[in-house]
Write a protein that binds this ligand. Structure first.
Ligand SMILES: NC(=O)c1ccc[n+]([C@@H]2O[C@H](COP(=O)([O-])OP(=O)(O)OC[C@H]3O[C@@H](n4cnc5c(N)ncnc54)[C@H](OP(=O)(O)O)[C@@H]3O)[C@@H](O)[C@H]2O)c1
Length: 331
């Protein structure tokens, strides 16, 4: 039986243990689980499994699942496991976006698996790095942050930005420091991961960060005006051709109601891909939540157990088409 260690037993880590407990078809033993507070009880995880010692946790297993978050220790432990030749399953888009240069050699060896880092268990990384490579990409647009979707939906109902944010925090959607979500940076982390797989393997986090604008300046009035004009405003993460280069951006845009992205439910993530041969593809589903994310983690685990490598990296940038893409109106 393969041995698996979890780095983190929060929303995603605890849900992963729960999903695995209900899957006798998946032959793995959870050896150790890294947490800060070993005295806190965690459903489905015994106190003997808990450890606050990263070295002990890494050494205990053949497969490492990183679901702790942050870019410091999480990135260091991921690298340590990879350096020891252990496959790592990561839900951590911040580490993937910001520490890619260090991770890339191991990703090239197929040791890094990260389906759940973007759109949780809803397929995104998988199809974009496999079946959709059969077409040359023309453009990609995605709604990648559930907290922003929630706040925008509240603004549409006439609730002020401050009250909508406070409610999102009360419901546990937004962090106490909500900048990652409402500043657009969480969506930008995810877009960086996708853009490297589809458009240009050398896209840097700092470039995407510099082209990121959040939703904190939006008001109920702006939302009402959009509705009167026959559309809605959404925080969109996009890659599209302009001026002979790929533009990689996160910003609020006006979406006409006939745009496929406008049809995404407000509590879902969504991905729109247009390729030269395939045409339009639209994928929508849960983009967050412990169980939905654990589903993506377990999908990666099945790949590891079957000796399938992580996503194949793009070898060179996709050619930038000369066609004119109808620009979406930025708000
Ligand atoms: N939640 C989602 O819906 C979702 C969706 C997709 C991706 N993700 C990603 O999945 C990761 C985990 O998210 P989450 O929501 O599960 O986070 P979380 O609920 O905050 O859980 C984090 C876990 O990591 C442990 N941890 C954090 N820092 C640690 C440290 N320095 N030393 C030891 N243990 C440490 C915590 O221990 P304690 O419990 O003792 O504090 C906790 O068990 C993040 O990278 C996130 O971006 C989350």
């Amino acid at each position: 039986m393969k041995k698996l260690a979890l780095l983190g037993a929060g929303n995603v880590g605890a849900a992963t243990a729960q999903v695995l407990a209900n899957r006798p078809d998946i032959q793995v033993e959870i050896t150790k689980v890294l947490v800060r507070d070993v005295s806190k009880a965690r459903e489905g995880i015994s106190s003997k499994q808990l450890s606050a010692n990263p070295g002990e946790v890494l050494d205990s297993a053949d497969i490492i699942v990183e679901v702790m978050g942050g870019t410091g220790l999480a990135g260091d432990l991921t690298l340590k496991a990879l350096q020891a030749g252990k496959p790592v399953i990561s839900a951590n888009k911040a580490v993937l976006a910001e520490r890619w240069q260090e991770l890339k050699p191991y990703a090239e060896q197929g040791l890094l698996h990260y389906e759940s880092s973007v759109m949780a268990g809803t397929p995104a990384v998988g199809p974009l790095s496999s079946v959709l490579r059969g077409s040359s990409p023309l453009e990609l647009h995605a709604i990648l942050n559930g907290t922003c979707n929630y706040i925008l939906t509240e603004l549409e109902k006439g609730v002020s930005y401050q009250n909508a944010l406070a409610e999102a925090q009360r419901l546990g959607y937004a962090e106490a420091d909500p900048t990652l979500d409402v500043g657009g940076f969480d969506a930008a982390h995810k877009l960086t991961v996708l853009a490297r797989l589809v458009f240009d393997p050398s896209i840097e986090w700092e470039t995407v960060k510099a082209s990121t604008k959040g939703i904190d300046k939006l008001t109920p009035t702006v939302m009402t005006e959009a509705k009167e004009r026959g559309g809605k405003i959404r925080l969109l993460a996009s890659v599209y051709p302009e001026g002979g280069t790929w533009q990689v951006k996160v910003r609020p845009v006006f979406l006409p109601l006939d745009h496929l992205m406008a049809s995404a439910a407000s509590n879902k993530n969504a991905l729109y891909f247009k390729g030269d041969a395939i045409g339009e593809v639209f994928i929508t589903g849960a983009g967050a939540g412990g169980m939905a994310t654990a589903s993506g983690v377990v999908a990666d685990l099945l790949d590891v157990l079957a000796n399938r490598p992580g996503p194949a990296l793009l070898k060179q940038p996709a050619p930038v088409p000369s066609i004119q893409i109808e620009a979406l109106e930025e708000i």
